[in-house]
Design a protein around this ligand. Structure first.
Ligand SMILES: [Fe+2]
Length: 331
């Protein structure tokens, strides 16, 4: 099948995800290390929609995801626009994004993208994605007991009863919302204190990359209490213990249970969490702070890891079987 062009993909984002009208102004925040073809394609499509559009090419955000910042001139431009595309080579800082979303803007997070990932994961059926995301958003908070196993011998039970749904990247972005490219994520916050069992992270690990030795995490009453494995496990264990010893009591809180929904995202086996976590029915686990996606647990610490080929049973019904959706999920 012929691959869609960059401009064709950008048109999907501008016209279908954002539904850009000519009355809305657009700011594209980008930097010199970001693939110029992507930001230019978004710019071209924004202009074609008749919108007043600006592309700000500046230095990458500094200071990281949690407490970083963007150059003042980029912030001023974003502040004056209705729609913001964050096309940055480093993580776009959460506080800046949160502030813009609170002001009622449409915000599309497009950081860390490669041209290949963009071309593969944007041309999907967005209506289908939205229906699937809606279904999960309905089912998950009704679940008293989740039982999850995985190829790497995870075996854990927890509750999602009345849980908060943190992130929904369903390919639709209204004013005062943010979505991401690639889209295709529903992220639930496990009910605190309910997780008990073993999680085996064997895909990718945020801040580290590819996992070569599966990392076995013991979870007790919603806390990650033991981390075993190879160098990756030692790296995480040391960092988490340091935070805990400094009084950061939520550093080991089990914060996220995320299900990927993008049919064109693959398990990379190269440590790319950005793509791994979007893989259809891929499971991603997060720990530490959850306030940046609507939770109550504050911490300086946050991390994520990917489980390969999980099987997920909700109140006795299997919805994901060895990394594949069952007919109960999408039938
Ligand atoms: Fe996370």
């Amino acid at each position: 099948m012929k691959q869609m062009s960059l401009v064709g993909c950008a048109r999907i984002i501008v016209e279908k995800m954002v539904k850009l009208s000519k009355d809305e102004s657009v700011a594209i925040i980008t930097d010199y290390n970001y693939p110029r073809e992507i930001s230019n394609a978004i710019f071209e499509c924004s202009l074609a929609s008749g919108s007043e559009s600006a592309i700000i090419l500046t230095s990458p955000p500094t200071g990281g995801f949690i407490s970083g910042d963007i150059p003042k001139i980029a912030k001023a431009t974003a502040d004056s626009a209705d729609v913001i595309f964050a096309c940055t080579s480093t993580s776009f800082p959460i506080p800046v994004r949160t502030d813009l979303v609170k002001k009622g803007k449409k915000f599309i997070l497009m950081h860390h993208l490669s041209k290949d990932l963009f071309l593969r994961t944007v041309p999907i059926d967005l209506d289908l994605l939205q229906r699937r995301a809606e279904k999960l958003v309905k089912i998950l908070p009704k679940t008293d007991e989740v039982h999850m196993t995985s190829l790497g011998s995870s075996d854990i039970k927890f509750s999602l009863k009345d849980c908060k749904i943190g992130l929904i990247y369903d390919g639709i972005c209204n004013p005062g919302e943010f979505d991401a490219v690639p889209s295709g994520v529903v992220d639930a916050l496990p009910v605190p204190d309910t997780g008990n069992g073993i999680l085996v992270i064997d895909g990718s690990l945020s801040g580290y990359g590819l996992i070569r030795t599966p990392m076995r995490i013991t979870v007790k009453d919603g806390k990650l209490i033991k981390i075993e494995g190879g160098p990756e496990a030692n790296w995480l264990d040391k960092a988490m213990k340091k935070s805990l010893s400094e009084g950061d009591e939520n550093a080991n809180h089990w914060a996220e249970f995320l299900i990927g929904l993008n049919p064109n995202a693959n398990l990379t086996r190269q440590g790319s969490l950005l793509e791994d976590e979007r893989q259809l029915c891929g499971i991603n686990i997060g720990w530490g702070r959850d306030t940046h996606f609507g939770g109550k647990f504050e911490s300086k610490f946050h991390g994520d890891g990917h489980l390969i080929d999980a099987t997920v049973t909700l109140d006795g019904i299997k919805y994901i079987d060895n990394g594949k959706p069952t007919k109960e999920l999408f039938g």
